[in-house]
Structure formats: C-alpha cells, structure tokens
Design a protein around this ligand. Sequence first.
Ligand SMILES: NC(=O)c1ccc[n+]([C@@H]2O[C@H](COP(=O)([O-])OP(=O)(O)OC[C@H]3O[C@@H](n4cnc5c(N)ncnc54)[C@H](O)[C@@H]3O)[C@@H](O)[C@H]2O)c1
Ligand SMILES: [Zn+2]
Ligand SMILES: [Zn+2]
Length: 349
Amino acid sequence: MKSLLLSEYNHLEIADMPQPAVGPEEVLVRVEACGICGSDVHGYDGSSGRRIPPIVMGHEAAGTVAAVGSAVRGYAEGDRVTFDSTVYCGNCAYCARGDVNLCDNRQVIGVSCGDYRRHGAFAEFVVVPQRILYHLPANISFAEAAMLEAVSVALHGVRVSEPKGGETALVIGAGMIGLLTLQAARAAGCSRIFISDVDATRLSLASEVGADKVLHCSGDELLARVHELTNGRGVDLAYEAVGRNETVSSSIDCTRKGGTVTLIGNIQPEVTLPLQKVVTRQIRLQGSCASSGEYPQAIELIRSGAIQVRPLITAVAPLEEGARWFERLYAHEPNLMKIVLAPQPELVR
Ligand SMILES: NC(=O)c1ccc[n+]([C@@H]2O[C@H](COP(=O)([O-])OP(=O)(O)OC[C@H]3O[C@@H](n4cnc5c(N)ncnc54)[C@H](O)[C@@H]3O)[C@@H](O)[C@H]2O)c1
Ligand SMILES: [Zn+2]
Ligand SMILES: [Zn+2]
C-alpha cells in the first residue's frame, strides 16, 4: 500500500509498505482523510522524540471499513468511520474510571517513541482496535472528520473546567486548539467569550467562529482590556491554549478570584508560577490532556453545526504532496491552519 513514510528525520517519502494484518478485535480502515497535527510537525525533526523513524505518522483520520477481525461486532465493510487517536488498554485502573487519556498503557496511533511503534494513517490503510472506532454520520465529510481529535481536545479542556453556564471566558491563543475551545465553551453555555492572540490573522478567524470580543494584545494591555470587559473582576474561566510562560501568567492575571484556569497549551516544559496570586486569589489551575470520551459529542456538535470546522481547514491535498506541506508547516508559513492529506483526494469532499 502507498504510505507517506518518515524514513529519517526531516525526510518524508512515498513508500510502498505491506498492508497491515488485522487481529481479531481490529478493523482495517481505508483512509480517506488524515490531518497533519502540530505534534507530527514537532516530531518530524526529532525534537519531540515521539516520531523515531521509520514511522508512518498520522492520527487524525477518517475513512471506510475495509475488513473486520473475527471478534468485531457492529462494523461492516464500507461503513464510514473515524477513530480516537489514543489506543487505551481498557484494563488499567484509569481506564476503569473512564479516564482513558490517562491509561497506564496508552499508545498513540502514528507514534514511535522507543517504547512502541504504531504506524499511522498517512497511508492507504491503517489498522485500529474496534474499541476506539466510531461511526461517522453521512453529513460529516471525511475532511471535517479529520478535525474530530482537535475538537475532542477542546471539549475535554472545557469539560474539566466544569462550567455551569453563564460564565465569562477568555481563551488565550487563537490557533487550532484555541478556536475550537472558544466554540466548545460556547456549546457548554458560557455567555461571553473573549479570545486573544498576537497574530491578527488568527483573530479574524475567531470572529468568524463566534468570539464576542477579539483582543489583539498580550500582557498588561490584555489584562486592562479584560478588566474593562468584566467590571474590573476578571473572567470566570480562562483557557490557556499557547503554552508559554507569558501566556500562562496572563491567564492567571485575567481570571477572577475563585475562578479556574485550564492549561491546555504545553509548548514550554516549564513556566514560572506566580504562587501568591494563585493562592491569595484562590485560583484553580487545571491541566487538560487529550480527551476521554468526547468523540461522540464532537461528532454531534459538528453534525449539528454548533462547532464549525470548515473555516479551519486550509487545504485538502493528495498524500503525494504531504512532504511539501510538512515543509511549509515546519517553516511556520503564515495563514496555515489544518492541512488534510488524502490518499484518494477525489473522494474526500
Ligand atoms: N493538552 C492537550 O491535550 C493538547 C492537545 C493539542 C495541542 N496542545 C497544545 O496546545 C497549544 C496550541 O496548539 P495549536 O495546535 O492550537 O497551536 P497553534 O500554533 O495553531 O496556535 C498557537 C497560537 O498561539 C498564538 N500565540 C503565540 N504566542 C502568543 C502570545 N504571547 N500571546 C497570545 N497568543 C500567542 C499563536 O499566534 C497561535 O495562533 C500547543 O501548546 C499544543 O502543544 C495540547
Ligand atoms: Zn493530533
Ligand atoms: Zn488503560
């Protein structure tokens, strides 16, 4: 089968690889669309240590069932499907609690990190366990389905912040995750949602997907604007979707006493904690990792139009053009959001 193989760091090539064998509880999926994730771009040059060559990356995918293992029930050849990027074990204490994102034996599709190598979906076919598979409604395109992982991440971030409805919220960072977190916060009942970024082009997309106020500023200026908008109190809920020292600090500053800061961004491994602000203003700091069970909700919110993903898809391109798109993403070319690769591009739209 045709695959886009990371044969060495910074080098992707179209390779002919054997079609994977299907175990009893597994499903062979003919891939129709697979998004390039930021983590793939970070893995590409070796800096993250999570894409050790040779590896076929790609975990944000959708397609049709091509074959099912002997123990698989509820799926048949030709079904339109998508799947969770996380392969959880289903047996550990975290899985038993439903916290599958924290599974002790967690693997991610399209990752090789020393402990395991699991080829992903930048290929004509991929094999996944049935337990991570979901049916895809007819009115969600394969390309839109490639956005489900990011939507699930956003929904999880909002869920762990425990909104009750009617809150004011600030999202810092209007990248892929921030723009979806904004929409997830809306779907969860937040009443006024502001979003900030230092890049104005990202903020124009934020207006398109429903921000109440876009704030093209950072640091002290951001704090002043948020205070103007909240009668000097700060927001009830802040979502940090950048992952840098200054933005983590801003998220704490902009939150009201007793409010919650949800930390989703994680570019920098360490940041400075303004301890006294967090303690004396009794702010809850809540981390959020991947998702656990949000896929069905993500599918429903895209299906109903409550979450819009189309404006965030920059291009749907043939798998053969994948290497070039990786180079462009790696070079931080402006105005690129999600790039979706399609082994059979004529079928995707
Ligand atoms: N927790 C998780 O499960 C999870 C999952 C996916 C991504 N992430 C992390 O979320 C973060 C965002 O991911 P993404 O895919 O949206 O990235 P992205 O690159 O699309 O977006 C980041 C945005 O932050 C903006 N930004 C940079 N510096 C800023 C500053 N000082 N103030 C305001 N905005 C600033 C950029 O202009 C950009 O729009 C990353 O740190 C990523 O690693 C976490
Ligand atoms: Zn991803
Ligand atoms: Zn587990």
